[in-house]
Design a protein around this ligand. Structure first.
Ligand SMILES: Nc1nc2c(ncn2[C@@H]2O[C@H](COP(=O)(O)OP(=O)(O)O)[C@@H](O)[C@H]2O)c(=O)[nH]1
Ligand SMILES: [Mg+2]
Length: 313
């Protein structure tokens, strides 16, 4: 492990510490005993309480049972088995976010409900992309509140990326259109478009996202090239209905799970992966610029159970 990766792992597992302790305490309570039907049922309950979802919990426990029914297992052995099964659920959705350089610019739409972490995530992503050698432009297409626009402008300054912003109340699609024109003219590699997320008014939101899509397609029929759904990990089960709604309306291509730090509900990602199979690109582990970690199924699974990042398992 490089020094960078070790640091990331440390912050990653710190972020998942509360989920891990919820799961860990439950499993510790099982004690060392023979794995029988009752123990498996208790394990299933623990997994459900950790937000993994009933179907996934059932599947994981069935796999653990198939492998080890009747054997005597200690706490760490159970944790390793569960982590292994969670990794099997998460591995198919571990897909790095990548920029297709043939698209000029590569247009990314950030979507999600209010407060989920969209603006912050796009700011962090801008920094990551710039560090990777891509020039980035930001577009403030959440024009509903002045504070939302200002917040993106602050991020633009912080990461040294130009921001296209208009007065509050301006048509968001107009902002997106103008930003795409400007990103083209200035030969920016990536355009990140920040949108509003008033899910309480679903049809208005739908119209707004549809219109943004429609106008940017006038300039580039293949855009947007990525639609990132930003989810707030602290909402737990509610995240499932958000994925459902935005997948339908916005053509989500990938997920970012923000605010993983300090929540006991990190297990929700397992339920989301099992149910929707959408790519997971990043997890947010804090409010600072480098608090965005590429999603790693194995690291996530082990951290979820409070296990170390040992190479063997
Ligand atoms: N702890 C933590 N806070 C976050 C994270 N991502 C965003 N936030 C905070 O969540 C709040 C809402 O984020 P914001 O980006 O404005 O959400 P938006 O309404 O979807 O654009 C802000 O206070 C952010 O600083 C994260 O990964 N961890
Ligand atoms: Mg915002």
């Amino acid at each position: 492990m490089s020094k960078n990766e070790a640091g990331l792992w440390r912050r990653f597992s710190a972020g998942l510490a509360r989920t891990a302790s919820r799961l860990g305490e439950g499993i510790a309570h099982l004690g060392r005993r023979r794995l029988d039907k009752a123990t498996l049922q208790a394990l299933e309950d623990i997994l459900i309480q950790a937000d993994l979802g009933t179907a996934t919990a059932e599947k994981i426990v069935a796999a653990v049972g198939r492998a080890r029914l009747g054997q005597e297992l200690d706490e760490d052995e159970i944790k390793s088995l569960v982590a292994h099964e969670i990794e099997a659920v998460l591995s198919p959705v571990e897909k790095p976010f990548s920029v297709d350089a043939s698209k000029k610019p590569f247009v990314v739409l950030g979507v999600g409900v209010n407060g989920s972490g969209k603006t912050t995530t796009l700011g962090k992503l801008a920094a990551k992309l710039q560090a990777g050698g891509h020039s980035v432009m930001l577009a403030a297409a959440d024009t509903f509140r002045a504070a939302a626009i200002d917040q993106l402008i602050v991020w633009g300054k912080r990461v040294n990326a130009p921001v296209v912003a208009k007065a509050p109340g301006t048509d968001p699609a107009g902002v997106a259109f103008e930003a795409l024109e400007r990103a083209r003219a200035e030969k920016c590699a990536v355009l990140l478009i920040d949108t509003a997320g008033r899910l309480q008014n679903k049809s208005a939101l739908m119209d707004e996202l549809e219109k943004i899509n429609r106008v940017i397609k006038k300039l580039d029929a293949t855009a947007p090239h990525a639609v990132l759904l930003v989810l707030d990990a602290t909402v737990g089960q509610n995240a499932l209905s958000q994925v459902e709604a935005f997948a339908k309306v916005a053509g989500v291509t990938g997920i970012v799970l923000a605010k993983l730090d300090g929540t006991a509900k990190g297990g929700i990602l397992v339920a989301i992966a099992a149910r929707f199979g959408l790519p997971v690109h990043f997890v947010g582990i804090g409010e600072a610029v480098d608090d965005l970690a590429p999603f790693d199924a194995r690291a996530f699974s082990r951290a979820l159970l409070g296990l170390s990042d040992s190479a063997a398992s």
